[in-house]
Design a protein around this ligand. Sequence first.
Ligand SMILES: CCCCCCCCCCC/C=C/C(=O)SCCNC(=O)CCNC(=O)[C@H](O)C(C)(C)COP(=O)(O)OP(=O)(O)OC[C@H]1O[C@@H](n2cnc3c(N)ncnc32)[C@H](O)[C@@H]1OP(=O)(O)O
Ligand SMILES: NC(=O)C1=CN([C@@H]2O[C@H](COP(=O)(O)OP(=O)(O)OC[C@H]3O[C@@H](n4cnc5c(N)ncnc54)[C@H](OP(=O)(O)O)[C@@H]3O)[C@@H](O)[C@H]2O)C=CC1
Length: 287
Amino acid sequence: MPVPPPPLGRSALHPGAFTGTGVVVTGGGTGLGRAIAVEFARLGADVAVLSRKDEHLRAGLAALAEFPGTATAHPCDIRDPDRIAAALDAVEEAFGGRPRVLVNNAAANFPAAAEEMSPNAWRTVVDITLNGTFLCAREFARRHLAADTPATIINVGASYAWTGGPGFAHSAAAKAGVKNLTESLAVEWGPYGITVNGLVPGMFPHRDMTADIRGNLDRAHDKDDRQPVGRVGSPHELGWAATFLASPYAGFISGHTLVVDGANWQRRTLTNPPVVPVREQLGLGPH
Ligand SMILES: CCCCCCCCCCC/C=C/C(=O)SCCNC(=O)CCNC(=O)[C@H](O)C(C)(C)COP(=O)(O)OP(=O)(O)OC[C@H]1O[C@@H](n2cnc3c(N)ncnc32)[C@H](O)[C@@H]1OP(=O)(O)O
Ligand SMILES: NC(=O)C1=CN([C@@H]2O[C@H](COP(=O)(O)OP(=O)(O)OC[C@H]3O[C@@H](n4cnc5c(N)ncnc54)[C@H](OP(=O)(O)O)[C@@H]3O)[C@@H](O)[C@H]2O)C=CC1
């Protein structure tokens, strides 16, 4: 029997747990990033949203408006190290100090058969998802290393980092890189008080999903029944996991990637459903 989560608005951590703490969420104006930003704000954090599009920056600010902490939003393409540095300067000015938490949530993805993918399509997804994550982590950590202040980084991943992602070869390879990067950085920066963890969402439908990913998911009308725990996730559950990982109660957790997916990715048998070639899944004709 599926067990529903506590409702939106509840939290395991105590009210005010993040009061006075600055949190940066890349891609925090939409979908899961916004849900993560909101759960930090609910616990009193000052929250900064970084993303490219004005409409997403405004959506992030609107979602954060009801909470007491400072909310700020800054245009930034995470592929550009100079723009990341400028955005973090602006965040520090808005907060009156360095943010202690970075959530590397922004990513890029679209379904494509590997043989149809243009070199630029591959580069774009890897550049945003893996290189952008590294560049944000690097700039954020350099500031804390220079100031000798503790910090925590959460890198949002995907479970096809372990399994491969047919139809999403670029994103799966980039997310595998993100998981591996998480492990390297946790060891490199641990001695300086910086923890680095990964956070992997499973099936969390939300209204900001890009049309082609939603289109793929919408083909299954019984999504709850397809999850081992009998239901899909609610975005605020991912926010709870992020706030836990950034809390003092997770201070001894570093280099770990936490999968929040109701055990869906471990669901394999020797007789999986019949193989449907990716071209067929994507509605492409023969080669
Ligand atoms: C088949 C099985 C179905 C199973 C379904 C399960 C799916 C689960 C997956 C869950 C795991 C991960 C999820 C996510 O990561 S969700 C996050 C997705 N969100 C976003 O991607 C938001 C941001 N995205 C974007 O901004 C754009 O979509 C883009 C990634 C394209 C980046 O924008 P940018 O402006 O920088 O790039 P361009 O538009 O200039 O495009 C660059 C090249 O990429 C080619 N391209 C773009 N879209 C497609 C497409 N849909 N198909 C093929 N190629 C594409 C584009 O043509 C450019 O290449 P060229 O210059 O060679 O033309
Ligand atoms: N939805 C799901 O079921 C799953 C999601 N994930 C992961 O969860 C995270 C959030 O996904 P989700 O909320 O669904 O996706 P969304 O498409 O809603 O959000 C992606 C965000 O990334 C931002 N972004 C994209 N490119 C850049 C860039 N170059 N610079 C700055 N910001 C950028 C976008 O903002 P803007 O366009 O304004 O730049 C957008 O807000 C991602 O890391 C994704 O890979 C993993 C597994 C499953």
